[in-house]
Design a protein around this ligand. Sequence first.
Ligand code: FES
Length: 520
Amino acid sequence: MKNTGTETNMRDGANASIWQSALVDHTATNHSDYQEVYDALIIGGGITGLTTALLLQKQGKKCVLVEAKNLGFGTTGGTTAHLNTFLDTTYPEIDSDFSKETSSLIAEGTKKMIEMIRTNIQDLEIDADFEFKMAYLFSQNEKETKELQSILESSQAAGVTVTEASENGVPIPFERVVRFDNQAQFHPLKYIHGLAKEFEKLGGQIIEQTFIERTELHEDIHHAKSDQLILKAKNIVYATHIPPGINILSLRNAPYRSYVLAVKLNSGAYPDCLAYDMQEPYHYFRSHEIDGQKYLIIGGADHKTGHEDPLKAFEALEEYAKKYFDISEVSYQWSSQYYVPVDGLPYTGHLPGGDKGIYVATGFNGNGMILGSLSALLISDLILGKENPYEKLFSPSRLKPIAGFNEFVKENADVAYHFVADRFGAEIIKSTHELAKNDGKIVEFDGEKLALYKDETGKVTALNPVCTHAGCIVNWNPAEKTWDCPCHGGRFSITGKVLNGPPQKDLESVSLHEIASGNK
Ligand code: FES
């Protein structure tokens, strides 16, 4: 199993994704010649941030993009990069929760984004392995078949090219199947590095390894502060999934993790399509060739961040994959985070309750490549003062009381106040010897609740397990070697550094010596 990224090509967990295996040409450089005031400061070096930055820079705006780690560190480095004209929120759901016109608008936007990505790759000569593919969605029982029929009808009505098919492209039994034409796949890291290169060529600046700790507004100019610098900008775009701090978007989006395997097959019969079953959570399939080697990429086993055992999720996914494919090697396995919006559509636009000129983009569900690109187009239009058909629909301030809303809010409240205490009580230990090497645990040690991790050499790192966002207790993720917060998806490294999510501060370090000596 390959589990290392390169120094400049890291991800937010211990497992490297398949995209990190091919050394991506790293173009971003840190600058010292900062502008007095930028038109836009974009925070986050994934597909949303880089697309926004490039769109604005192309229009003559002076932009700087700041990334806390390296480009593609977050979800863009862990996506499986399916480009679809159908979404996790299905057209029948959009029809009923919004309107048929909304479904048509979404369908048009998805098509446009596949074309925008294809055109960028072509025009900027990015070697990003873009390929059009057929996508098969298949049912396996009566209930799913009924739902599939409704998806077929609503998708067609929305203007999506989809028809009934007789095969599903993968060796998995099905009851019924539909085929979406002109879907696509690509290499997400190569793509964003291509965008970064062009952005810099046009005069944009990229600053990596810089965490913006806070922003302040002085006379209509935002001052964004890291521990080393202050950047001034007229607009700030949080392309970080969920924006930092306590805000309504943490209640309207639930963090999930999805699991992925990239495997080699004895048969050599790699599917030449995209495919999806309709289970909950659903499995997704595609193939990709990297350095002359073909891989089948299978995803699924999704669950709420910090709510299930990640090792079991990988096991379940592997077991499922082995049932249908003759696997010779699991070459990569990794997990990735995404946010499920309460009413099914992204929250992109002005940050509710935020200062003027602060924008956010989140709630992409499992469709971040398409909806991140569409959100980038929307935010750049908002900053440029142009009309955009998605402005009202995606507005983060929208109030959309739908059937699931109350349940969702209740679930979130539940998460915040009861979940951790109920399910993950701290284990009481008397000595750190009780902790296995290479493992982490929430423990009670000398009367203190601690997040303890013991490395391979036996060195123990102790942290205060109270999440710095809103006070939930973090959980150990043994697969990614991270501390994951079950409330709003905040994630921290072994040493407590913020990796992603809304927390702005690292977990507090605790000295075991001080606890043992009673000084703390
Ligand atoms: Fe909100 Fe941890 S991410 S409390």
